[in-house]
Design a protein around this ligand. Structure first.
Ligand code: CTP
Ligand code: ZN
Length: 151
């Protein structure tokens, strides 16, 4: 009857991460280390969406992320929606929460910061979750959303 089809095939078991801003798809892939796992992964980008002009979707078979693992993507994809799939059915839907502390992932905006000059993992306190602002644990400078760079 309907000619509608899924643009990216359904999966049997695993996690579908939907409503990712297309511009940040590859940051999400990198934050979740999806380039380093052997699970089947399919993704689509620049798909039509009502909420986002250009959205991306990632489907990872047989992978169920821990909350603290998935919340890392909130920095670059706060609108992401997770769908947990078991035996082809969506059994749970989750949203992502911006964490209070960010360890690694993001570069400090201050070029003089020790983390940009020595092999030290970055560490920030999230001082604003609306327009994301991260305060560096080492130099106390603020890295704002527009300057957010993934390590
Ligand atoms: N999905 C999938 N494999 C399945 C079931 C669902 O890949 N076996 C995907 C769908 O393609 C969709 C997402 O999981 O992108 C959520 O599925 P569903 O809740 O059925 O879709 P919607 O109602 O459109 O969800 P929402 O409006 O919350 O985005
Ligand atoms: Zn710093």
């Amino acid at each position: 009857m309907s000619k509608r089809k899924l643009k990216v095939s359904a999966i049997k078991n695993g996690t579908v991460i939907d409503h990712i801003p297309a511009s940040n798809l590859f940051k999400v892939i990198s934050i979740l280390n999806l380039d380093k796992i052997r699970n089947q992964i399919t993704f689509g980008t620049n798909l039509e969406s009502h909420k986002l002009n250009h959205k991306a979707i990632i489907k990872v078979s047989d992978k169920f992320f821990k909350d603290d693992e998935i919340n890392k993507i909130a920095l670059v994809a706060p609108s992401a929606k997770l769908n947990i799939i078991r035996d082809y059915e969506v059994v749970e839907k989750k949203v992502v929460d911006i964490p209070d502390e960010v360890i690694g992932i993001v570069k400090c905006f201050n070029p003089k910061c020790i983390t940009n000059n020595e092999p030290i993992t970055t560490k920030f306190t999230v001082v604003s979750k609306e327009e994301i602002a991260l305060k560096c644990h080492y130099c106390e400078k603020i890295t704002s959303e527009e300057h957010l760079k993934i390590v």
